[in-house]
Design a protein. Structure first.
Lengths: 150, 150
DNA sequence: GTTGGTGCAAAGGATTTGCATGTTC
DNA sequence: GAACATGCAAATCCTTTGCACCAAC
């Protein structure tokens, strides 16, 4: 039950800790995985495989796209990463695996995390007799009211 | 401005009405569009382009996949169809364009519509000063409590 | 015959697969 | 050297683009 009120930087893994972060999840450290993990867990963002590849390359590490995908999938399987289905064009990966929801700015395309909103769902009409609610994904669509110039 | 107050089964378009349904949305009828519209609007489902192609082919109409995609996009643009981003593998199209949300059965993969839930969102913490909530997408993840055998 | 609309083959892009290579015992 | 783990080229699959064809005037 690791839940912070101010989640911000707790999720961020310091570079020197990445090796043990991987090993604590039963993942062998390799050059490629370290580079990918560093890009992924250093900042709290929603990144595509393409984004990760760019960052890794900027750090001077040579990795193939296939490896980026396979590694991100591995991280998801190990519970270190969460897959986010918002953008129909690509899968995004979220290093925040705690319970939370998302804000999508439909103008800028920006996606941000928000703390779990305390919603008590009213009785859901269409629920089958044998179905139990496991959780819910919520995406708030927002627009800019004014030009963000001031 | 064609909009019904009680949308439920009104969305289902009878085959003989499909032509005028299209023309009322300023869409010319063609063999391909009629076939696609028939498959899409006859039943209330969430269908992928692939699904539509299968149905159209079953009805003995020859249409290319590109045309299926382009036609579905056209229908979305005209407000006849809604794009649903839930499945990371493919885009789904929902013939229910009224305000509503979705149930995803994580075991079966089934997606169903539910009526708009009357949620009053508490003040959202991470909202920017210039951002206004336009709406929200809600996906309830459900599981089967018992085997659905009885 | 020119203009605009329509359908689709081919291109493009995201993701996965299968295999070659490296590592461990 | 057998068994397993790892990385990536090539394959696959979803979706879009660009252009050929057709109809209306």
């Amino acid at each position: 039950m690791v839940q912070n009120d101010d989640i911000p930087n707790q999720m961020l893994v310091q570079p020197e800790n990445i090796k043990e972060f991987l090993s604590s999840h039963n993942i062998n450290s390799t050059r490629q995985r370290l580079a990918i993990a560093e890009s992924m867990f250093r900042t709290q963002q929603h990144l595509s495989a393409e984004n990760i590849l760019e960052q890794v390359n900027l750090n001077g590490v040579q990795v193939s796209k296939a490896t980026v995908y396979n590694t991100l999938r591995l991280f998801v399987k190990k519970g270190m990463l969460r897959e986010v289905v918002i953008d129909p064009l690509r899968t995004l990966f979220d290093s925040n695996v705690s319970d939370h929801h998302h804000i999508l700015n439909v103008q800028t395309g920006e996606i941000r995390d928000i703390d779990p909103i305390n919603i008590n769902l009213p009785p859901v009409p269409g629920l089958g007799p044998n179905e139990k609610i496991e959780g819910f994904d919520l995406v708030l669509r927002v627009t800019n009211t004014t030009s963000p110039s001031d």
